[in-house]
Design a protein around this ligand. Structure first.
Ligand code: ZN
Length: 319
């Protein structure tokens, strides 16, 4: 019996220009810039984290801005197609107006009785805002550009693109403890054992050949593990399902294991602890380049190598 996950912990994607990326997620979407660090596995690349006022697990989207690689990704089977955030039911008009004022094409949609706004970020990553009565306990960002009553309420769901439903569905249900909830328009929806926002995963079948990792695509989806004590149980559960989980890796803000599910999508299990205040005060989140202890000695060289970035603009710009 594997442990249960409550749902999404974060989504990590690949962006292009770091300035444009941060300006969009902060200035336009109103998420807080909660951490500026580097990709621990590639210190010439920033790792940006955006989330609610405290960077609560389940509200975070993170990016590796691949400025100088330039390789454009392509969505296909084995990739996350869309990341959705919840918004209050009364905020649809506010968000349509706000996005359009920033020069973004917005498509009105509906799904499983929810109103959905669809659009893309400046690198082509597909996003959605879903109007739903969130029970999610997001912490408002009081200094942000979006009024508190309209702020994003945390991840609502991800939509994963697969060749065929079966293999990924088996991992979701038999290992991660999700239950099939509904289907419509070629989409199958699953809900974690606990339910509530951030607990939904949708699968869609795509006949687009295997995707290509690069700018404008999602790198991995992280689910929340209750605690590090469960990671060995998670590793065993993945291994018993025929997968090859990584060892536990210290990501400073959480402890993680990684596994590629049979549909080709990279999953992570991340702990809620210790969180983003482990190396910065709450009021100062994102204000300096933070590095894991083992990289502190190389700080000068790392900073010299990173691309120019002035910190996020607090106003929407032209995207
Ligand atoms: Zn991650």
């Amino acid at each position: 019996m594997s442990p249960n996950t409550s749902g999404l912990h974060h989504v990590t994607a690949i962006a292009g220009d770091p300035q444009r990326n941060a300006d969009f997620y902060v200035g336009t979407l109103g998420l807080r810039f909660v951490k500026k660090t580097v990709n621990h596995d590639d210190t010439g690349t920033y790792h940006f984290y955006f989330g609610d006022g405290e960077g609560t697990p389940g509200t975070n989207i993170t990016f590796f801005p691949w400025t100088d690689r330039g390789r454009e990704g392509r969505f296909g089977a084995g990739q996350t197609k869309t990341t959705a955030y919840g918004i209050p039911r009364d905020s649809v008009d506010y968000w349509r107006d706000r996005l359009e004022a920033a020069g973004i094409d917005v498509t009105d949609d509906s799904r499983f009785d929810d109103v959905v706004l669809r659009f893309s970020d400046p690198d082509g990553i597909e996003l959605e805002l879903v109007a739903a009565d969130a029970e999610f306990d997001a912490s408002p960002w009081t200094d942000g550009p979006v009024p508190i009553e309209h702020q994003l309420q945390g991840c609502y769901n991800v939509t994963l693109g697969v060749d065929s439903f079966g293999p990924t569905e088996t991992i979701l249900t038999d290992v991660l403890g999700y239950e099939f909830e509904a289907k419509a328009d070629g989409r199958r929806r699953y809900c974690s054992a606990t339910g509530g926002p951030g607990s939904l995963v949708d699968l869609v079948e795509t006949d687009v050949d295997r995707g290509r990792m690069g700018v404008g695509t999602v790198h991995h989806v992280a689910f929340e593990a209750e605690s590090e004590a469960e990671h060995e149980r998670w590793r065993r559960a993945f291994a018993e399902a025929g997968l090859r989980p990584s060892v536990v890796i210290d990501r400073t803000y959480f402890q993680s294991i990684y596994v590629r599910e049979p549909g080709g999508i990279r999953f992570e299990m991340a702990t809620p602890e210790p969180g983003f205040t482990v190396d910065e005060d709450l009021e100062k989140l994102g204000s300096r380049l933070t590095l894991p202890g083992r990289l502190e000695d190389e700080r000068d060289a790392i900073e010299a190598e990173l691309p120019p970035f002035d910190g996020p603009a607090l106003e929407p710009g032209e995207n």
